[in-house]
Ligand binder design. Structure first.
Ligand code: HEM
Length: 512
């Protein structure tokens, strides 16, 4: 009997291997895209896990070797295709967006960690469309001026905090981005330190980033979800239980306060209150608004922090760039007031700095994974329906043909000049693709703009000096893989003049 079951088991495994090995190829006369050699059953698992360098750099090496599309297989035949060029991104994610806007199942994150409420993880469906529309109506480009007062307020706090405690600038940037989004979404005034909502979102961001790194086998073999938590090797279930609480708390915690304020009539105008008013008495819409509010903070704060910190690092490492931005601001705005949103169009060099920052350290170097709905052919290669498809933002924004000397920070590449053809704008890639493009990008960009503009107008960003008086040379190092940040660095902020210090203290208090 034992022998028979062993034979049955071996037979089943062989059948599965043969099925996965041949099913995709036999569906099409076209070959799959090229890629590194795959092993039976595990595919390219060993090439993509426990790496000594970030996965986006590994994908980028393969892009050089295999070209625009790289084909990988995860355990049990789950196909992944990495898209490495602007041309292929445009053709697939943009022109064929109806077929390329789904999300993978993300079993660990969505089922086990209860992140299915999150619009960024939803399948391409009516439910996603309803959430996306609700979100978009409030955060679309023409709505952004409505948020300027909030963003000025958070920039004022940022400048004040910099005067008080310049060494803690990482925290002040975090406060600026968090303050703006929390006030816009919940009308919540973030505490100066140890804010409860921020604590919830931090836990949530960290745990979802871990879950999304693709290292959980349950994402490829969902049956593993039925293993009891005490079973050897089931540590993922214990992690999922703990991390799942973070997901629900990030959504439900702030909502309890919001609803109380709404019902008491003490809620201030914001996304959640305005939307509840608009869709009064709709239980379905209440759930949608709550979900959108929850994801706005989780998706919007840390990303904006990354962008601002990368810009500060660039201005530190490239003092000539810093001097040019300051000269431009001095000429256009003068020294008696802070640069404001109305000046933005008149400050093209500052704009180019922000644009180059999006390219230089892309916040999400691999965007978020999409899923192909049905079989497709691209340039003679078969793309199986159901594949995970990843836009390699890093590789595209480091393309030396489009951006010569790509590791260097050169805002000049984005300056208009007669007869000069500008390279593709990095925002086309840094905010993702097709119908899934980041719906909070205008909010994030204007939040980052006011922080950088007001900072560079008033302060010189200089190299820090250690306790022995030795200059600390800044190093450009990147940490994180799903969401990247510059590695923590030191610098000093010196007000450019007594007038500049006064402006930092007053902030935007008197502006409209
Ligand atoms: C500079 C800051 C930001 C960057 C670089 C950024 C980048 C991205 C990227 C790459 C995606 C994935 C797009 C794709 O799947 O193709 C995304 C999605 C998303 N972002 Fe942002 N983002 C930023 C700020 C924000 C802000 C401020 C908010 C909220 C106000 C926000 C809300 C979202 C949401 C809700 C999604 C999911 C969209 C969907 O799946 O349909 N983001 N973002």
């Amino acid at each position: 009997m034992g022998l028979i079951s062993a034979n049955v088991l071996i037979g089943l495994v062989c059948a599965v291997v043969v099925y996965y090995a041949f099913s995709k190829r036999s569906r099409s006369a076209f070959p799959l895209p090229p890629g590194p050699r795959r092993l039976p059953i595990v595919g390219n698992w060993q090439d993509t896990h426990k790496l000594t360098e970030p996965i986006y750099l590994v994908y980028t090496k393969w892009a050089k070797e295999f070209g625009d599309l790289v084909y990988l297989e995860m355990p049990f035949g789950e196909s992944t295709i990495v898209v490495n060029s602007a041309k292929a991104v445009d053709e697939l994610f943009e022109k064929r967006s109806a077929n390329y806007s789904d999300r993978p199942k993300m079993y660990m994150a969505n089922e086990l960690m209860k992140w299915a409420w999150n619009l960024a993880h939803m399948r391409y469906s009516d439910r996603w469309r309803l959430h996306r529309k609700t979100f978009h109506q409030y955060f679309q480009q023409r709505q952004i001026p409505e948020f300027y007062p909030i963003q000025r307020e958070s920039a004022t706090l940022f400048l004040n905090k910099l005067i008080e405690d310049p060494e803690e600038f990482h925290d002040h940037v975090r406060h600026h981005a968090g303050y703006a989004i929390l006030k816009a979404v919940y009308g919540h005034k973030m505490a100066r330190k140890n804010d409860y909502y921020v604590h919830l979102a931090d836990l949530a961001v960290r745990s979802v980033a871990e879950a999304l790194d693709g290292s959980f086998l349950v994402d490829y073999v969902p049956m593993l979800a039925y293993i009891p938590s005490w079973f050897p090797g089931a540590s993922f279930k214990r992690k999922a239980k703990l991390w799942g609480q973070h997901s629900l708390e990030a959504k439900d915690g702030p909502w309890v306060d919001l609803k109380r304020n709404y019902e008491n009539g003490t809620g201030v105008p914001c996304f959640a209150i305005d939307s509840l008013e608009k869709f009064k008495d709709s239980k379905e819409m209440e759930e949608v608004i709550k979900n959108c509010a929850g994801i706005a903070f989780v998706a919007g704060a840390d990303t904006t922090v990354s962008l601002i910190l990368s810009a500060i690092l660039a201005l530190l490492v490239y003092p000539d760039v810093q001097a040019k931005v300051q000269a431009e601001i001095d000429a256009v705005v003068g020294n008696s007031r802070l640069p404001d949103f109305e000046d933005r169009e008149k400050l093209p060099y500052l704009e180019a700095v922000l644009t180059e920052t999006l390219r230089w350290i892309p916040v999400l170097p691999l965007s978020l994974p999409h899923r192909v709905v049905k079989d497709d052919i691209y340039e003679g290669h078969f793309i199986p329906g159901g594949s995970i498809i990843i836009g390699n933002t890093w590789n595209i924004l480091r393309d030396p043909e489009m951006y010569p000397d790509p590791d260097s920070f050169k805002p000049e590449r984005f300056l208009q000049q007669p007869g000069k053809k500008l390279p593709l704008h990095p925002a086309q890639f840094a905010f993702g693709f097709g119908r899934r493009v980041c719906p909070g990008r205008y909010f994030g960009l204007s939040s980052a703009w006011i922080a950088i503009a007001s900072l560079v107008a008033t302060c010189n960003i200089n190299k820090a000096v250690d306790s022995n008086g030795k200059v600390i040379e800044p190093v450009v190092d990147i940490v994180g893989e799903v969401v990247c940040h510059p590695a923590p660095f030191k610098c000093s902020f010196v007000p450019r003049s007594p007038e500049a210090l006064k402006l930092m203290k007053a902030g935007y208090e008197n502006s409209t």
